[in-house]
Design a protein around this ligand. Sequence first.
Ligand SMILES: Nc1ncnc2c1ncn2[C@@H]1O[C@H](COP(=O)(O)OP(=O)(O)OP(=O)(O)O)[C@@H](O)[C@H]1O
Length: 722
Amino acid sequence: MAEDMLMLNISNQESTDSHFSEKKHTKSSSRQKWTAKKTANGKRKASFGNQDYGSAKQRKLDAKINTKHEDQAASTFPSKPKTSPKKGQEEHKGHDRPFIKTSSLFRNNPEIPDVLSPAVSQVKEKVFTGSSFQELDLHPHLVATLNKVLNISSMTSVQKQTIPVLMSGKDAVVRSQTGSGKTLAYGIPLIQSLQAVQPKIKRSDGPLAVVIVPTRELAQQSFQIFQKLLKPFTWIVPGVLMGGEKRKAEKARLRKGINVLISTPGRLVDHIKNTLSIAFSAVRWLVLDEADRTLDLGFEKDLTVILNALNAAGSTRQTVLLSATLTEGLSRLTSISMNDPVYIQVSDVTDESVDTSKPSLSSQSPPSQQADSYAVPDRLQQYMVVVPSKLRLVCLAAFILAKCKFERDQKLIVFISSCEAVEFLVTLLSTVLCGKSSTANKQQLSINFLRLHGNMEQEERTEVFQEFSQSKTGVLLCTDVAARGLDLPQVTWIVQFNPPTSAAEYVHRVGRTARIGAQGNGLLFLTPSETAYVDVLANHNISLREMKMEDILSTLMQDERFRGRGNWDRKKSAGAREQDMRERATVLQTDFENCVHGSVESVQAAKKALQSFVRAYTAYPSALKHIFHIRHLHLGHAAKSFGLRDAPQGLSSAVTDSTANGKAKKKAKGKDNKRPAIKLTARERVASLIRSEYTSGIDGESKSKKKRKKKKANAEDELTEG
Ligand SMILES: Nc1ncnc2c1ncn2[C@@H]1O[C@H](COP(=O)(O)OP(=O)(O)OP(=O)(O)O)[C@@H](O)[C@H]1O
């Protein structure tokens, strides 16, 4: 009887099923926990607890729910044959899966439009030159260090162009593609000049060089490079300051003396304001790496404080700005106390007749030619895939399986728009794909899932950064905190699961692969309503090839863990193959949903992740709002991509219960008093979600805790940090 009622309700419409089924699942799996545990070696590992979430009985119930619900309408999925198994096929011996109908996941999706990436003449840069460092007038110990410690002998194009300019004492604005060796392009002349200072530099001289970088990981990485370069020049001391570290310890190091100071902007400002022992009178070099990011809105203020402090100290200095995407706001960049800078742009030098030893543009004028065109590495293969929202999660999972289970030595970085979504997806993907939550018939699969985002403790961030750097395989899910400057070896794929907020950020994200002449690949996920983003990239001479969603999903045919009950003879027809693929995608989605709905905690985590995704969606700049607008989001479908069976219902009522949504209250008036089934339009729900993210009280937090959280979220803008 109860089950009949359940089926009656779910057959009404998509949005009602989750309410009931969620209850059922929560009850049946109340032992599960969405927790992060410390393992024996001290590392945090996400888990759902240690028991099956899907008993055979439970799965049968799920299937019934799905079946009843899914019979409603024909799929709008393009070119799908309507094939369903005959009655006899429903009982598949030796298999505990109930018969899976695939129409829910593949139904009511928007059409996938044909996407034509406009033809562009991609800007190319030649990475290497045949010139060796010996040609430059460098200290022999520095050349030996490059050869022996860094294993480097010939210069890259950007180094060949930049080092002589900086050695001549000039300021420079340097633009060259990602992974082309910009760090050494400024690092080598900087060390060359400091080692020659007479009398020899002493620790007590304080900073002679200040290097500003946007993120903590990049600060650590740059610091390590300076440590190596300075091996023969032991009297010059490098040091790093960055948010997340203990201020007291940093103060003590500053007091002892740091000659090459590498810092994130926020933390340096902090010390300028609070540490008496920081003196800039000896500063001769100022380097702004990833200069366009460091000068982005919000951090301009910090930079002004830093520049004022340097100027007040009265020292004359050389200033260097570097990035792969120095275009907009260039005049603002150069006007920040640069002295007649030389503009260096390693532009199209695939033409052998171009002399790469000379700056490609007039030394007096900023780059205007190709100013809007970004160079991307020559051996980078760029793809995009159009995936309807509902299918995004299974498609990402299938792609990860394709690379990590069925190919060898693959190392992936997956960019996601918010910390909460990273945190949630890393747990969900590792639990379901690695079979940690599996029923007995599923084998375990070992994929090393890691995460990196700004809400993590610094100690753990450092640990993850190092672990992923050193590993040959694995999947790093991260926010844009890892988009710039990081030199993580052997990354084979960059997946942009959420599109970046600008073409420049696209270039930096994708630039974490195909570095220094290596081969690499990028895959950008777009929904059908986001395909105009391809034109935005084309405006910057970036061209992508299309990968078909079906080709990604077809990986699931190789994975028997996701086989449904249908006994498809795949050799027979394309239709049977497609039906099999859909069935498996549905099984996988069902596994995700069961996993999420297995505990109250995991549902809350999914909701939080969904909210943060929606919030991030509102953060696209106005120039991109015609593509990324919350109006285009289908919340129910987006919810599926977080393993939720529906857009959070509780949330809307929580919103309407509070004063946040007067409109909704009005609608609710006069309806069922006991359980106000408030129906909001999709738009209202999105608006409620955004408004209620920190105020809805869904997690019952105290006001002050929420306030603190909000403050943290604001400070943690994932792009630049203190
Ligand atoms: N001359 C060289 N020969 C061989 N490898 C080099 C050379 N110069 C630098 N590299 C290596 O190339 C890699 C990329 O260098 P680097 O991180 O400086 O690139 P980048 O241009 O700053 O990239 P991004 O724009 O992403 O910050 C590093 O591993 C570095 O050690």
